[in-house]
Design a binder for this molecule. Structure first.
Ligand code: GP9
Ligand code: MN
Length: 649
């Protein structure tokens, strides 16, 4: 054996050499992931420094546990800890590649979603990902080949000293972070910050503590807590607009969740060709209201957050999906309200399985009569792609179900084909892809076109089925489709630089409300609103008074409404200003403005709305509130398995 090899062996067999080597390698690995995978918005020397040092304290802390064991037990300790920490890191890397966000406890609880990600997950894996487990593999080989010899016991005092050093290091890290960003831990809007300042592991610990605290909030909440919410609601109340109140009274309602559809696609021309000709024509239709300043307000719950807002007029949670973490709560959602207002039947239709986003349980909590999930559709190879049923098959096969429903009915139909990473069979392509070079972005135009055709076909089928003349159709984009990580491609699409200001402008999603029979004056409505505003707008079009319900949105058609759109991270937009990360910009130029008088009040209003909405959800406060004339629906009486179906899962 050469002397270098012997030297290395000797070096590794000194307990603290191995201990520090494992830590240093893990540290470098984490730091490399920060640089390569995450866009954390690091600015200035102090932040650079904090990013560099933040993996140390937790690495020292966790690996120190292995020092409590001796012999080969220590190696098992190292391997177990290294595996868990690497797994947490990699899970975050994968999650970030799609969501531009970090994994939180509530997201982890919805494991069935990860299983079903299927095609999308694979598209996120990169060849160099093996690197995230390389140190684990090398250590395992060293242990298995017995190159590492069983290690001596480390004295208790020494172990205590190592733990104390870890805690001190964390203290120093936190102090420096607070210097740069006061109230880092109390202001929990933005996970990016926590990772940037404290590191991915400390963030995970923080998140676990926060999650258990939120569970205890429900236990501690009581009757009185709803009073503050009711007071807010009464103060924010706006009178309905007489020209629209009741315009769609007696009609069926169909919501259509338009997967990943952003507003930039409306009237966008790719190589001189309209991408969504049918939607474009609707925006100019006299029986359709088109809201062109409507913003998506989703957080980690994506589609389910959008569903939650348009049916409950509350904000989604700062982390996790309401659907997966709060399905046990009491709600006064749109289906139940409509059942209390002479609607005969309510259902969601969707070409994916009932477990995704915990939909079955949540729909019961919302009081839906029925959920036609994938088992009610013909899920053949030919009919499916990516997450499930293709939109054309979905809409086509839904028509018989709609025709059978007692009227007036309320249904929510969730489209699916225009979903990341936008795969589309060749025969379904009716427009050439874009040419940005980012294949995902390029295909987006093709799947959006496919959806547009499916929607047109659905409108035609509504006409032939006789439902059209008595049905209001509410179409909304659920969330962004092109994530922040794909800015270079989007810059080519839009032909301009995407600054943080432009990024916020891109969060517009189309909202179209079609009311047949010249009952409304259609056209483009430029009011600024968000997804929380959809429910009150719809209820009033149906002639239903919203005064009794707890809502955080306002009727988009009311003339006196306050136009301010909160985003889940505390940013907001008004017709005049865009507030991003505490900085204020003037619309539409995006120029920075300082000392704007209205800003303080706007920002306080946004914080209050988010805080109260969270309070309702974490405390499950609607269980203490009974709107007048509202009879709750008991979820345990609902069963979605009784109808004829195509196949079983
Ligand atoms: C899944 C579909 C997509 O059934 O609604 O969900 P998303 O990934 O967009 O939240
Ligand atoms: Mn979606």
């Amino acid at each position: 054996m050469s002397s270098t090899v012997v030297n290395i062996k000797n070096f590794l067999n000194k307990p603290f050499n191995l201990f520090f080597l494992i830590i240093i390698v893990f540290w470098i690995k984490t730091y490399a992931a920060y640089q390569i995978e995450f866009s954390l918005g690091v600015e200035g020397g102090l932040q650079e420094f904090l990013l560099f040092i933040n993996p140390i304290s937790s690495a020292v802390f966790f690996f120190a546990f292995a020092l409590l064991f001796k012999g080969r037990g220590r190696f098992i300790g190292y391997l177990a800890i290294l595996f868990i920490l690497s797994f947490v890191l990699y899970a975050n890397v994968m999650y970030y590649r799609f969501f531009s966000d970090f994994v939180t406890m509530p997201v982890l609880m919805q494991t069935q979603n990860f299983g079903q990600l299927g095609g999308s997950t694979l598209a996120l894996v990169k060849p160099y990902d093996l690197f995230y487990f390389l140190d684990f593999i090398v250590l395992a080989v060293l242990v298995i080949t017995k190159i590492l010899k069983p290690q001596e016991k480390v004295r208790r005092k020494t172990v205590t000293a190592v733990f104390s050093a870890a805690v001190l290091l964390f203290g120093a890290n936190l102090a420096l972070a607070e210097l740069d960003r006061p109230q880092l831990l109390t202001r929990t809007f933005d996970r990016n910050y926590l990772v940037k300042y404290l590191g991915i592991n400390n963030f995970t610990i923080y998140d676990v503590i926060q999650s258990s605290r939120s569970a205890s909030q429900r236990v501690l909440a009581d009757n009185d807590d709803i009073t503050e919410v009711k007071n807010y609601r009464d103060a924010a109340y706006v009178e309905p607009n007489e020209n629209y109140f009741g315009a769609a009274k007696g009609m069926n309602v169909i919501y259509i969740s338009m997967e990943s559809l952003q507003n930039f696609i409306i009237d966008y021309k790719l190589n001189g060709e309209e991408v969504t000709p049918f939607l474009n024509s609707l925006t100019r239709d006299q029986n359709t209201l088109y809201f062109n300043n409507l913003f998506q307000q989703t957080a980690q719950g994506k589609t389910s957050d959008a569903e939650f807002m348009v049916e409950n007029s509350m904000f989604p949670l700062p982390k996790g999906s309401v659907y997966t973490t709060k399905a046990i709560n009491t709600y006064q959602g749109l289906p139940a309200i409509l059942k209390n207002n002479e609607f005969k039947f309510t259902a969601t239709l969707h070409g994916n399985y009932k477990t995704f986003w915990n939909r079955e349980n949540m729909y019961k909590a919302l009081g839906y009569d029925m959920f036609y999930d994938a088992t009610y559709y013909n899920m053949t190879e030919e009919n499916t792609i990516n997450y499930g049923l293709k939109d054309k098959a979905f809409f086509k096969e839904s028509i018989p179900y709609l025709k059978d429903m007692p009227q007036p009915f309320y249904t929510k139909m969730i489209a699916l084909t225009n979903h990341f990473p936008y795969p589309i069979d060749e025969k379904d392509q009716t427009i050439a892809p874009a040419a940005t070079g980012d294949k995902t972005v390029d295909r987006y135009f093709q799947t959006a076109r496919y959806f547009d055709e499916a929607l047109k076909q659905f409108f035609d089928d509504l006409k032939t089925s006789g439902l059209y003349d008595n049905t209001m159709v509410v179409m909304y984009g659920d969330h962004y489709g092109i994530s922040e990580n794909r800015q270079p491609a989007m810059e080519k699409v839009l032909g301009k630089e995407i600054t943080p200001f432009e990024q916020q402008q891109l969060q517009r999603v189309p909202l179209l409300i079609h009311v047949p029979g010249e009952k409304i004056k259609g056209g483009t409505n430029p009011t600024y609103g968000g997804q929380v505003d959809v429910r009150p707008t719809v209820l009033r079009l149906l002639g239903i008074d919203t005064k009794e319900y707890i809502e955080f949105g306002t009727d988009l058609l009311a003339s006196e409404r306050r136009q301010i759109v909160p985003f889940r991270n505390g940013d907001y937009i008004t017709p005049e200003f865009s507030s991003i990360d505490g900085k204020l910009y003037k619309n539409p130029t995006g120029e920075r403005v300082f000392n704007e008088k209205s800003a303080e009040e706007d920002s306080a209003f946004v914080k209050q709305q988010l805080r109260l909405s969270d309070k309702v959800l974490y405390g499950d406060l609607l269980r203490f509130y009974q709107p007048e004339g509202f009879d709750p629906i008991d979820p345990s009486t609902l069963d979605y398995t009784q109808q004829e179906r195509y196949n079983t899962p």
